[in-house]
Every structure is written in structure tokens, then in C-alpha cells.
Design a protein around this ligand. Structure first.
Ligand code: ATP
Length: 787
């Protein structure tokens, strides 16, 4: 295990990097069963621990994350730590599997658990006396399993018409074995870590705890940069480019893209007299073109020519034969829904021995020792998508319309569902056939197709495909993309509210915008923006990451009308907010709750929102805003005359920030709803809010729950509220109020100010305190509820 996990795959099969030298921590966020963040894991070592376990009956730890965010590498690191006895566990067996292997085995005969472990994973000298296997059965808690890439299972559930496995001796369909293991029906108590792409839903009952990988933080990125570049000059150059471009930094927060960018930079810098990363807004297509250029320049003939001026088109022209063959192989796989290819398929596509070391492909290591012939996969799934897109562009035979085939597939609404039902429902027969793989590979192909057919790459592509045909493909794509968003939105339900027409988009909306961005075409962006007829769009839980904000901005900046944008519960981070900067001038609703924003995002928001003054709703709940950021939000409240709603709960705001906010609220004549739940403003902050409330003309809803407020603060609030006849809903839940405050609150109730909802639960009142309130209630006619 130690040997197997020491190297990170790298391009050009001979070149490998040591895991120890390049592995960099990434942000591992703990989630609860509702996918709400529960803080970050301090070190990988704690992954198997009990922190954030939300279902003690569940057997499986789920690691979720986007393409290339480092799920496989995380498992590799875990395996490596275990092999060196550096993982805090007393497990003495470790079995690692790729999930897709269970699909690959589908055509073979059924297998037993014993075969699965000893034939398809390790070879304990055949275990003649069953010693090892018996031990495993008796002490399953001594085993760790890792299953990588649950999203890669491509299974026809009808094939699963076999009895459920519970006995370790029974033979079964391999996928059935996997499910039984994950559910704990087999080897109950063994530790299991399963990885899957974000968006794949896994039955809650199976999951013990869940983490999501958020990629490199700015500090991680700096560490990775230092590890990657030994030469100071390179470090400085790349670092300067990252600092200058939040978009590039955003892309580089995904380790895979970062690795490609750094690796290409190093290679091209060493090959040519001068090389800088593209200056304009770099796209994912640019990144994969760079990688391909590097691969193609590995060909023996080209490698001899050192230090010459860089000529990308020459490199691609020189490598066109291999590129076409790799592209064909990638497309065929994509059409079959397969990420693995055989030697036969490779030869059929016209690839030779010489082509293999270029780096596009790597051998699949898992089961070659089982006597089966070697199989191959692309260096990464996204590279296969890129090459498949290349094949669609290069193909001179197929009808032009065939370039759109994957768009059609993706626009169909598809749900990711998983075969756990099989286990939970206790049924062996499935009534309906359901697809349970995500269509991300196809979405990536569409995205790269858009990039390859962009104007920016026409010069290069004209060297590879006839200009007439290229033009036709570009025109078709342009007309398709220009209306895609409109079609997408037309197909969704719209909701009418007092703020206009609102639509909750699906993740495919974001993919379309990403494609539009890759084209770099302002015309398409303009048409797309025109297609967004709703007044407000909700992009909540759409897995928007910082890099996607560039695409959003690319389209939204062409919108003429104002727009509400609800992006709660994504991962846009400070890089994303910087990317959205030009679009804030039109935004009436700015909802960025649960998005890993810090004070630096507040700087951008304060600058932009105060300049344009159109914002009505500002949602910032559950981010990392401190008092510094609170001061900037206070500025927004003071200077934006239309601002009505501010949600800034669950941040890191103390009394200092609380005072800034309270004073701004006091001055605002537009604000009517403020959410402060879960900060730490304490009594000092409460006193400031009391002053703000005393004669406020507009504020009707206020929550100061969970803010460490004691009776001292409570008394001030109650006294001030007696003079306020506007507030309707007031929450003081989860504070430290005692009976001392009860008579004052009772006076408030008795004053009958018009307050209709008063929430005081989870404080420290006793029956004595409550009696005061009960008596006061008899004099009140306005309260509808008191908790
Ligand atoms: N923690 C890390 N430190 C250094 N490099 C990393 C790290 N994580 C990922 N990488 C780089 O990114 C590449 C892709 O990572 P990986 O294959 O683990 O992504 P993934 O999340 O499993 O992607 P997919 O969902 O497509 O399978 C790795 O080969 C490696 O070069």
C-alpha cells in the first residue's frame, strides 16, 4: 500500500511526482444531514473520527466534491497515512476499490465476498486455511474500505434482479456486494469511505457522516505554489499572475486545474524563451489546450527542438494524427458511457505505441494482476470530455448537427439516484429502470466544445479543420446557445410575488452560462441575457463555485433591467464576489448566504452597492464576516435608501460590529427586516439595538437570537420597545435572559405596542418569571404568539 500510494499520477507516463512532495491540504467541510456546513476538519486524520457523525447507525463516510477537487488524492493520502501507521486507527486491513470496477465486472459471473477481497483486490497467498478471511469476518471493525467515484457506476438496475446478499459465502452481482458492504449488511462495523461527485444523492440512512471538499483556500494555494515551484523566479511570476486575476485564482482553487496550470507553465517556460499564462480571462478550454500542447510537444521529434519561439498551431499541426486518434477514442468512450478503454480500442482508433507515452492516457492499475489484459483511462475524466469535444470539432464526416448531441442529452431533466433503495427497501425487484449516473462528463464536453469553437481559438482550429466546416459549426453552436437559456427558463415554473416574477433555475442553467462564457462571444451573452425575462432568479444549491461567477457575470453584465439574484448555499467565496463586481450595479436582491465569504467580499459589496443604491435585499447569513465586515455592511445599510432586508446571522460579529449595525439601522428609513441570529453582540450590542429600536419608523422584524444577551441587555431592549409601535416580530431565542428580565418584558407585553410575535424560548426563565408574562398577557390584545 505504501508503495502504491507514494506517487501522484502525472503526465507522460514516465514522470511521476511523490505524493509527499506535492500533497497539500484542502478545505474539508463537515456537513449535517441537511447539507448544512458544520465547520472544517482540522486534519485528514480526523476523517474517520466521530466529529459531525449525524447517523450512528450509518456505516459509510461520504466524501463529496466537484470534478478534480481532490477526492481520489484524499483517499490516496488516507491510504498512505495508514500504510505508514500515521492514521489514528487500529484497523489492520485496508481494501481500496474504484466503484466503477463493480460495473466493469458486470458481465462476468457472480462473485463472493471472498473473491472480491482476494481476487480483485489483494492476493494473500490464496489464504489456504481461510485464516485471513475468518479473521476479517470475526473482526470487521479492523477493516477500512475506500470506494472511489460512486458517480462512475453505470449500471442497469434491471440487472440487479438478484436476492439481497447477507451471507459472506453467497455469490452475487458485484454491485450487490458493494451495496451490501456500504449498508453494513456485509461486514457490519467495518469502516467505509465513499467518494462521489457533488450532486449525487446518497440515501441518508447509509451515511454516517458527510464531508465536502472545497478545494484550496488562498493559503493552501500559496503552499501548493511553493511546493510546485522550486525556483523563486517561477514562484514570483506565477504568484503575481494569480494576485492579478481573481478568476485565475478561483480556477486554481480546484487542485486539478491548478496542477494543469502550474505544470503547463513550468513546461512551457522551460521549453521556450519566454512564456506567460494567457493574460485575458483564461477559460477552462485554455487550460486544457495548454495541457494538450504540453503533451503534444512531448513527441520525440519535437522534444529535440529546445528553446525556440513558441508556436502553438505548429505543435498541434505536428501532433494532429495522434490528437485525432485520442479524440476519437475519447468520444467513443463518451458515447458508450465508459471511462475505460481496452488495448484493442486504442489500436482501432489508430493509436500506436509511440503515442501512449504522450500522457493523455494512463494504465488502469486496479485489476491488471488478475490476469485480465491491461486497460487504460484518460489522465482525468475532464480530459476525456475535452478530447471528445475536440473529436466533434475535428470530425469532417458526421453531419454538422452532431456537435449538439450531448446538449440534447443534458437538457433533459435527469435525477441522480442511487441503488441504495435496493438495500433499504429490502426488495430485490426494482419496478422501474432509473439512470443513476450524473451527466457531468457530457456537460464538460459541451463546455469544451463551446470553447474550441470560440472566436479566440478560430486561428488555431483553422489549422486543424477546414475553415468552411468550422464556420458552419460555430454558427450552429451560436444559434443554439443564444436561445438555450430562454428555453431552459421557459420550461420552469415561475412564481409571481410582490417583487415580480421569480424562477428557481436548475444546475443546467449554470452549465449553459459556462458554455456561453467559453465562447467568449458578447453577442451570445447579450442574447442569453435577453432570454432571462424573470425579475429574479434563484440559483440556490446549484453548486456554483467561484470560477462560475465569471461566467455569470459575463452574461449578467449585458442585462438591461434590474435583477434579483439568490445564490444562497453555494461555494462562491471571495474570488467569486470579485468576479461578480460589474454585475452588482443591477442587483436588487443580493443573496449570498452560506458561501464562505469573508470581510474582503464586504469591501466589494460596500463599494458596489453604495455606488448604485438599487439593492433591496442583502443576504449574508452564515459566512465568515467579522466586525470589520460588519462595519462595511453598516455602511451599505446607511447609504442604500431602498434596502429593506438584511440577513447577517451566523457570522463572527461581536459587540463592536453589533454597534455599527445598530447605529446604521437606526438611521435607515427603509429597513424592515433584520436577522442577526447566532452572532455574539452580547449586552453591549443589545443596548445599541435598543437605541436603534426605540423610535424606529419602519423595522417590523428583528432577530437577536443566540447572541449571548443576558438580562441586562434584555431589560434595555424591553424598555426601548415600550416606545416602539412598529416592531411586529421579535426573536430573542437562545440567549441568557433570567427571571430578572421577566418583569421588564412583562411591562412590554402589557404596553400592547402592536408586537405580534415574541419568541423567548431557550433562555433561563423559571416558572416565577413566566408568571409575570402570563399576568401581562391579560392586558395585551396584539400578541398572536409568545414562545
Ligand atoms: N490535495 C492535493 N494536493 C495536491 N494535488 C492535488 C490534491 N488534490 C488533487 N490534486 C491534483 O488534482 C488532480 C485531480 O485530483 P483527483 O483525481 O483526486 O480529483 P477527483 O476529485 O477525484 O476528481 P473526479 O471527481 O473527476 O474523479 C490530482 O491528480 C492532483 O494532481
Amino acid at each position: 500500500m505504501s508503495r502504491d500510494t507514494s506517487f501522484i499520477m502525472s503526465y507522460g507516463q514516465r514522470e511521476e511526482s511523490r505524493l509527499e512532495e506535492l500533497y497539500t491540504d484542502t478545505q474539508i467541510e463537515l456537513l449535517n444531514d441537511c447539507n448544512e456546513g458544520q465547520g472544517f476538519l482540522e486534519s485528514l486524520d480526523q476523517l474517520l473520527g466521530d466529529q459531525a457523525v449525524f447517523n450512528s447507525q450509518g456505516e459509510t463516510i461520504c466524501v463529496m466534491g466537484d470534478a478534480g477537487v481532490g477526492k481520489s488524492i484524499l483517499l490516496q493520502k488516507l491510504q498512505n497515512l495508514w500504510s505508514k501507521k500515521e492514521l489514528q486507527t487500529d484497523a489492520i486491513f485496508f481494501f481500496k476499490f474504484r466503484c466503477r470496477m463493480f460495473s466493469v465486472l458486470k458481465d462476468t459471473e457472480q462473485i463472493s465476498l471472498r473473491q472480491l477481497l482476494f481476487k480483485y483486490n489483494c492476493y494473500p497467498d490464496l489464504d489456504p486455511d481461510n485464516e485471513v478471511f475468518d479473521y476479517i469476518l470475526r473482526f470487521p471493525e479492523k477493516i477500512i474500505f475506500t470506494f472511489d467515484g460512486y458517480d462512475e457506476i453505470q449500471e442497469d438496475l434491471e440487472l440487479m434482479d438478484v436476492p439481497e446478499v447477507v451471507s459472506p459465502e453467497d455469490k452475487a452481482h458485484p454491485l450487490q456486494l458493494l451495496i451490501s458492504l456500504l449498508c453494513g449488511k456485509l461486514l457490519k462495523g467495518s469502516q467505509k469511505v465513499l467518494t462521489a461527485r457533488t450532486g449525487i444523492e446518497i440515501q441518508k440512512k447509509v451515511i454516517r457522516k458527510k464531508v465536502v471538499l472545497r478545494g484550496f483556500s488562498p493559503a493552501h494555494l500559496k503552499t501548493y505554489l511553493d511546493l510546485h515551484f522550486k525556483e523563486q523566479e517561477h514562484r514570483e511570476l506565477v504568484s503575481a499572475q494569480l494576485d492579478a486575476s481573481p478568476h485565475l485564482s478561483g480556477l486554481c482553487s480546484t487542485p486539478l486545474f491548478c496542477w494543469i496550470v502550474f505544470k503547463s507553465f513550468r513546461h512551457l517556460h522551460s521549453m521556450h524563451d519566454s512564456f506567460d499564462l494567457p493574460e485575458a480571462c483564461i477559460t477552462l478550454t485554455d487550460i486544457f489546450l495548454l495541457l494538450s500542447e504540453v503533451f503534444l510537444s512531448h513527441s520525440p521529434a519535437r522534444a529535440l527542438l529546445k528553446k525556440r519561439a513558441r508556436c502553438t498551431s505548429e505543435t498541434f499541426k505536428g501532433g494532429l494524427r495522434s490528437l485525432t486518434a485520442f479524440a476519437k477514442l475519447a468520444l467513443q468512450g463518451m458515447e458508450r458511457g465508459s471511462l475505460i478503454c481496452s488495448q484493442e480500442e486504442i489500436t482501432e482508433c489508430g493509436l500506436t505505441e509511440e503515442d501512449l507515452p504522450l500522457g493523455f492516457l494512463k494504465t488502469v492499475r486496479e485489476y491488471d494482476a488478475c490476469g485480465s489484459p491491461a486497460t487504460f483511462e484518460f489522465l482525468h475524466g475532464t480530459l476525456q470530455s475535452f478530447l471528445a469535444a475536440f473529436a466533434l470539432v475535428l470530425d469532417e464526416q458526421a453531419a454538422v448537427s452532431s456537435i449538439l448531441k450531448f446538449f440534447a442529452e443534458c437538457s433533459r431533466r435527469r435525477h441522480s439516484c442511487l441503488p441504495f433503495d435496493l438495500c433499504i427497501r429490502n426488495s430485490s425487484k426494482l419496478s422501474e429502470k432509473e439512470p443513476f449516473t450524473s451527466n457531468e462528463h457530457l456537460q464538460f464536453t459541451n463546455l469544451f466544445l463551446s470553447g474550441l469553437l470560440s472566436k479566440a481559438h478560430t486561428g488555431l482550429m483553422e489549422h486543424l479543420v477546414s475553415p468552411g466546416l468550422l464556420k458552419k459549426k460555430q454558427t450552429l453552436l451560436k444559434s443554439y446557445l443564444s436561445t438555450s437559456v430562454k428555453f431552459h427558463l421557459d420550461g420552469l415554473p415561475h412564481y409571481e410575488s410582490d417583487k415580480g416574477n421569480k424562477v428557481h433555475v436548475l444546475p443546467n442553467f449554470l452549465w449553459i452560462l459556462k458554455c456561453v462564457f467559453e465562447t467568449g462571444s458578447k453577442d451570445i451573452a447579450r442574447m442569453t441575457a435577453k432570454g432571462i425575462t424573470a425579475d429574479s432568479i434563484k440559483l440556490g444549491y446549484c453548486n456554483v463555485f467561484s470560477g462560475d461567477c465569471t461566467a455569470l457575470n459575463f452574461v449578467l453584465q449585458h442585462r438591461k433591467k434590474l435583477l434579483g439574484l439568490d445564490m444562497d448555499n453555494n461555494n462562491i467565496s471571495d474570488y467569486g464576489v470579485k468576479q461578480l463586481k460589474p454585475s452588482f450595479c443591477k442587483m436588487t436582491v443580493v443573496r449570498l448566504c452560506v458561501n464562505h465569504l469573508s470581510d474582503s467580499s464586504m469591501e466589494v459589496l460596500a463599494e458596489e452597492l453604495c455606488k448604485h443604491k438599487v439593492v433591496t435585499v442583502l443576504g449574508l447569513y452564515s459566512n465568515h464576516i467579522t466586525d470589520v465586515g460588519a462595519k462595511l455592511v453598516a455602511q451599505i445599510i446607511e447609504e442604500c435608501p431602498k434596502l429593506e432586508v438584511v440577513k447577517i446571522g451566523k457570522n463572527k460579529i461581536s459587540a463592536v460590529g453589533g454597534k455599527f449595525l445598530a447605529s446604521a439601522i437606526q438611521k435607515s428609513t427603509s429597513i424592515f427586516d433584520v436577522g442577526m441570529w447566532g452572532n455574539t453582540i452580547g449586552d453591549e450590542g443589545a443596548e445599541a439595538f435598543a437605541e436603534a429600536l426605540r423610535h424606529h419608523p419602519r423595522l417590523t422584524n428583528l432577530s437577536l437570537s443566540a447572541n449571548g444577551i443576558t438580562s441586562k441587555g434584555g431589560k434595555c431592549l424591553a424598555a426601548a420597545l415600550k416606545e416602539n409601535s412598529v416592531l411586529r416580530i421579535f426573536w430573542l431565542v437562545q440567549n441568557e435572559l433570567t427571571d430578572d428580565a421577566a418583569p421588564h418584558l412583562a411591562e412590554l407585553v402589557q404596553a400592547n405596542t402592536g408586537l405580534s410575535h415574541l419568541w423567548l424560548i431557550s433562555n433561563q426563565f423559571t416558572v416565577e418569571g413566566i408568571k409575570h408574562l402570563a399576568v401581562a398577557l391579560t392586558h395585551n390584545t396584539a400578541l398572536k404568539e409568545i414562545w
